[in-house]
Design a protein around this ligand. Structure first.
Ligand SMILES: *Cc1c(COP(=O)(O)O)cnc(C)c1O
Ligand SMILES: [Zn+2]
Length: 438
């Protein structure tokens, strides 16, 4: 936190001291439309601003090799008290968040006519999704403030992440999820011992309710696009990618940025976080070019694709009905829409929609092509790459990274739908095996 200069509104640019506001820009309201009925839901999301000169003076790329293999390796670039973060993460699950593998995927690349493709495997996080990056920061912030209870609303993974990481350090928490959340995610919450409220409504309604409850009861609020520290946790994936990519001949900077990065998008917090991470590295001079960021949405839940195509600003968007097999990216009014649109517009990227059939087909394609078993939302990023290649948005020599954001074990029912072949049932004899192999 010693390098944080303050917080800056993503809409009006107003700047605040780190202790001056808790969550969003007061000029843009933090109301939610719950009891008050105002239409200002979580607008006024803030960016955390750093003193890059001071960070760069002491924290050089050469220092990275001596840092722990987790998100805390980037401590000067995180908005946390380093002592609290170290104390909570040493020897706990909180210390296993981040530094997930970046796998080269040459067979998938060849199928697509590409030469450089990598898959960043965040199914390997402690609670099996990318959301651990943000929830880890939330747990540290809550402890810094001495919060009795931490809360979040979630389509499932942010909840599981908060729940698991709270359990690791003995932090009470209350979780709001839509009743339709997949069973595996709810099972995680219950096993970790969270107070779970299954909201009889949509994710958007669960989110509003959670905001209201946090305000009413004084809980620490982890909600996406409301708590500015969440993008900061998520940005660590961009740092890792640039550290893990092999040094390229045409890159003169100490770390290597890819040319294009594919991100599955629901609320838009991951994509906004990736953009923030890359902007940090560019400001520090650790990379020398900004990659194009491509956001992938499910066709049945694609308000950001619409807004991008129509040239709308985030605050002009209206909620839509949203449905998809990819439950983690179903959001009728994406909470982090302002940062999400900014990420794509400022990097010359694109928003792409993919149908549920393509999403399901991408699960076995990714699993068989590189050994990463992804849940539908995560497979959507790969489906988006296939679509982008077909549309000529990616060229053969682009260095491409696909974020695999969650494990296939989170939603086994969808995975079973995605594989056509039912396994053969055999008598326990070698003859039956011979016959089955045909
Ligand atoms: C949350 C989530 C996403 C989308 O992240 P947003 O910040 O909501 O855009 C993608 N994939 C998985 C597995 C997720 O859990
Ligand atoms: Zn503002």
């Amino acid at each position: 936190m010693e390098y944080v200069l303050g917080l800056k509104c993503a809409i009006c640019g107003a700047e605040y001291g780190i202790d001056e506001v808790d969550y969003v820009c007061p000029k843009h309201g933090d109301g939610g439309r719950g009891a008050s009925g105002r239409r200002a839901t979580s607008e006024g999301i803030l960016d955390v601003v750093y003193d890059y000169d001071r960070i760069g003076a002491g924290f050089t790329p050469g220092r990275l090799s001596g840092q722990p293999a987790n998100i805390w390796r980037y401590m000067p670039l995180l908005p946390v008290d380093p002592d609290v973060a170290r104390r909570l993460s040493e020897g706990t699950v909180l210390g296993s968040v981040g530094w997930t593998p970046l796998y080269p995927a040459p067979r998938l690349a060849a199928q697509l006519g590409l030469t450089h493709l990598w898959v960043k495997d965040d199914s390997r996080q402690p609670t099996a999704s990318f959301k651990d990056r943000a929830s880890a920061v939330a747990v540290v912030k809550a402890r810094e403030r001495g919060a009795e209870v931490v809360t979040t609303a979630s389509t499932g993974n942010a909840a599981a992440a908060l729940s698991g990481l709270c359990a690791a350090v003995g932090q009470r928490n209350v979780i709001f999820v839509p009743r339709t959340a997949p069973e595996a995610k709810v099972a995680q919450l219950l096993a970790y011992g969270s107070t779970v409220l299954l909201v009889d409504g949509t994710y958007d309604q669960a989110f509003e309710l959670c905001l209201e409850a946090a305000q009413a009861f004084g809980w620490y609020n982890r909600n996406t696009a409301y708590n500015p520290a969440m993008s900061e946790g998520k940005k660590t994936a961009a740092y890792e990618v640039c550290e893990q990519l092999p040094i390229g001949a045409r890159h003169a900077a100490p770390l290597t940025a890819p040319d294009v990065i594919f991100v599955p998008v629901g609320d838009g917090c991951i994509i906004g976080g990736i953009h923030k991470g890359l902007r940090d590295l560019l400001a520090l001079g650790w990379i020398d070019a900004m990659p194009r960021i491509v956001g992938v949405q499910a066709a049945g839940s694609s308000p950001l694709v619409d807004a991008w195509e129509r040239g709308l600003q985030g605050w002009e968007m209206e909620p839509v009905e949203a449905h998809s097999v990819a439950d983690s990216i179903v959001a009728g009014l994406p909470r982090d829409r302002i940062k999400a649109l900014r990420a794509v517009r400022e990097t010359g990227g694109a928003f792409i929609r993919v149908g549920d059939e393509e999403i399901l087909a991408a699960i076995p394609a990714l699993a068989q092509g590189c050994g990463v078993f992804a849940e539908p939302a995560a497979a959507a990023a790969y489906a988006g790459l296939i679509e982008a290649v077909a549309r000529g948005l990616v060229s053969a020599d682009d260095r491409v990274v696909v974020l695999a954001t969650g494990s296939g074990l989170k939603d086994v029912a969808s995975a079973m739908k995605a594989v056509e072949k039912q396994p053969a049932v055999v008598e326990p004899t070698l003859e039956a095996v011979r016959q089955a192999l045909g």
